[in-house]
Write a protein that binds this ligand. Structure first.
Ligand code: ZN
Length: 181
């Protein structure tokens, strides 16, 4: 689990890199050919973590950050969203909770790719993004990836936060609190 969650491929020379976290405000240049690599967070994430268990990703966040830092990270991620979506984040999070938090079997089996697809489905139902993302496929358009990844990350951080403060939630998801590792 210590290798990166993101696999970035240089568009110029095809070199591959693994990174643990992706900073969307940062630009990445290829260590091999020095070209600036275009950041496609959804594609990079799914190339690295797609087949892995989703609950391991949540566990990774709980391990890295305290409850209060997880909460701060959700707020920071919200600020990256377009103005018109920010006021709807609470409704989005509530819908995600309804869809995911009771579903023990889902947590047991879902891969990161499956979770991404389910989360984007909820986002499409709740948020007015249909002019950009009307189908799953649209989430992969280069111009949509930044927004889609932010919405995905808000879901992840929020699940991690919820698990970090609720023992029952951790049990259902099959994750552990860092304190007792
Ligand atoms: Zn390169």
């Amino acid at each position: 689990m210590n290798d990166g969650y993101f696999q970035i491929t240089c568009d110029h020379c095809g070199n591959e890199y693994k990174v643990k976290e992706l900073d969307q405000r940062k630009s990445y240049s290829c260590g091999h050919c020095h070209h600036l690599v275009s950041v496609k967070p959804v594609s990079h994430f799914l190339a690295g973590a797609g087949p892995r268990p989703y609950r391991d990703l949540i566990q990774h966040y709980i391990k890295e950050k305290s409850s209060s830092r997880l909460q701060d990270a959700v707020a920071a991620e919200e600020l990256l969203l377009p103005n018109r979506l920010r006021g709807l984040v609470d409704a989005y999070i509530r819908s995600l909770s309804l869809r995911f938090e009771e579903d023990k079997d889902y947590w047991k089996t879902a891969t990161c790719r499956e979770a991404f697809e389910t989360i984007i489905q909820v986002a499409m139902e709740i948020l007015p993004i249909d002019t950009m993302v009307a189908t799953q496929k649209d989430a992969f358009h280069k111009e949509n990836q930044k927004l889609m990844y932010s919405l995905f990350k808000i879901a992840n951080l929020n699940f991690a936060y919820s698990a970090s403060i609720h023992p029952k939630q951790r049990k259902l998801m099959g994750v552990r609190n860092n304190l007792f590792n």
